[in-house]
Every structure is written in structure tokens, then in C-alpha cells.
Design a protein around this ligand. Structure first.
Ligand SMILES: [Zn+2]
Length: 243
């Protein structure tokens, strides 16, 4: 990804498609279901064409440029609300997405991917994941335990990167091609581990007007609870210039 003039399609990031419960302290990662539906149909109306994360990278590798009007929708952590509240909308509108799963949380109710101080929350079950996969939803790895990888000894980081890939490939019976760093944290060592494990790309939570040209440090645009109005959403979801 070296061409200076390349404009990269927006890669957008959501976490929970739900209303936050009463006791929830960190509410930014919640997008209410009705708002999510509006945002998705807004993108369709604008003429965006949805590519899964690996399709977007494949397209670039084959063509040397990104697709005109392309967009990629990603969801981190694999919450069960993605199946209950997002999947019906995606099926309805024919939208592709990539969901990054925490391998040890599949079928579990867990705190591992929650902010400190929060209570546990339900993740997708194996059956839900397989059903979504049959409808064209891609599943990438978000590690085994959602630990901050830049902080771990290299062996432990390698385990998180490699073991999650193995477990997801076992479940889905297809190659797990993309990775998202837990909480977006990575280091050059971690990026190298991800590349050596055989992933084609990795995603951060960094957001900026320019996109990193490194396929193992791809920026995303996080849609937050405060992006309440469609005009804010539209202004935020714009193609990135690569540096
Ligand atoms: Zn996460």
C-alpha cells in the first residue's frame, strides 16, 4: 500500500449494538439497534458497496488500488447482541460484515472484553456464529483472551495470536484471515507475530484523517454512542487518505 495518492475506503468499527443497561459505566461502545439500522440504510443510500475485511485487502492486492465506493463494516468482541440486533439488519439490506471474535469467550458470558469495573456480558454462541457465516458474515480473530498484546511476553502474545486462529478455523472450517488487536494495542513485535501467523491484515482502533499504509496497522473509524445524528455519522464515515 505505497501509492501516496491512494484513498482508502472507510473501515468502520462498532462494538455493541444495544442500549446500555442501567449499571453500565462505559457507554460509548453501545449503538442502539434502531440507530444502527438507520446508519446502515444511510450507507446503502449513499451508494457504498460493502466488502468484508479480507475482501477489501484481496481487492487491493489484485488491483493495486481500493474499490471505488467501497466500505468495510467491522464489529469487535463478538457480542451476542450482534446476532440479535445487527444480523437481521445486515441480512435485510444485504450488507457484509466482519466480526472479530475472542476465541475463549465463544458461547460464554464474560468480562474479558469489558472495560474494568463492568459486569459480564453474553457473547455469540457457536451456533449463532455458524449461522451468520452461512449468510456471508466473515469472522476474524480478536485473540484468545482479549489481553493487551503489547504488554505480554512474546510467547504469550504469540499464543494469543496463533491459538485463536486455530480455534476459529476449527469452528468455521475455513481460513481465518484477519486480526483485530484487543483495545487496539500493538507493537512492531506484535504486528510481526500476526503477520508470521499467516493473517493477511490487522486492524487497530486508531482513527485519523489519514490511513496507515501498513496492512498490519490499519486504522478504523469507530462509531460511538455520541454519533447520534445522521449528519454526524455521514461526516465521520469518509474515505481516508493514505500517507
Ligand atoms: Zn475488543
Amino acid at each position: 500500500m505505497r501509492n501516496d495518492s491512494v484513498v482508502r475506503p472507510p473501515i468502520i468499527l462498532y462494538h455493541k449494538i444495544d442500549k446500555p443497561g442501567r449499571g453500565v459505566l462505559v457507554r460509548g461502545g453501545f449503538t442502539p439497534p434502531a440507530r444502527f439500522a438507520k446508519q446502515m440504510s444511510c450507507l446503502k443510500k449513499q451508494g457504498f458497496v460493502f466488502y468484508s475485511a479480507s475482501e477489501l485487502i484481496d481487492y487491493y492486492r489484485e488491483n493495486g488500488s481500493f474499490p471505488h465506493n467501497g466500505i468495510t463494516l467491522t464489529l469487535d468482541d463478538g457480542w451476542q447482541d450482534n446476532y440479535i440486533n445487527a444480523f437481521p439488519v445486515l441480512k435485510d439490506l444485504g450488507i457484509k460484515a466482519t466480526i472479530f471474535l475472542v476465541a475463549s469467550c465463544i458461547g460464554e458470558t464474560s468480562k474479558k472484553a469489558m472495560a474494568p469495573g463492568e459486569t459480564e456480558r453474553a457473547h455469540l454462541s457457536r451456533a449463532e456464529i455458524l449461522e451468520m457465516a452461512r449468510h456471508g458474515i466473515e469472522f476474524g480473530s480478536h485473540s484468545v483472551n482479549h489481553k493487551w498484546l503489547h504488554d505480554l511476553p512474546p510467547d504469550e502474545a504469540r499464543f494469543e495470536v496463533e491459538e485463536s486462529k486455530k480455534q476459529l478455523e476449527n469452528l468455521l472450517q475455513q481460513s481465518c484471515k484477519v486480526f483485530a488487536y484487543p483495545a487496539g494495542y500493538y507493537s512492531p513485535t506484535v504486528a510481526e507475530l500476526v503477520q508470521n501467523a499467516g493473517y493477511m491484515a490487522a486492524f487497530t482502533t486508531t482513527y485519523g484523517p489519514t490511513g496507515s499504509p501498513d496492512p498490519y496497522a490499519l486504522n478504523r473509524i469507530e462509531v460511538l454512542r455520541r454519533d447520534r445524528f445522521l449528519y454526524q455519522f455521514k461526516r465521520k464515515v469518509q474515505p481516508l487518505k493514505t500517507t
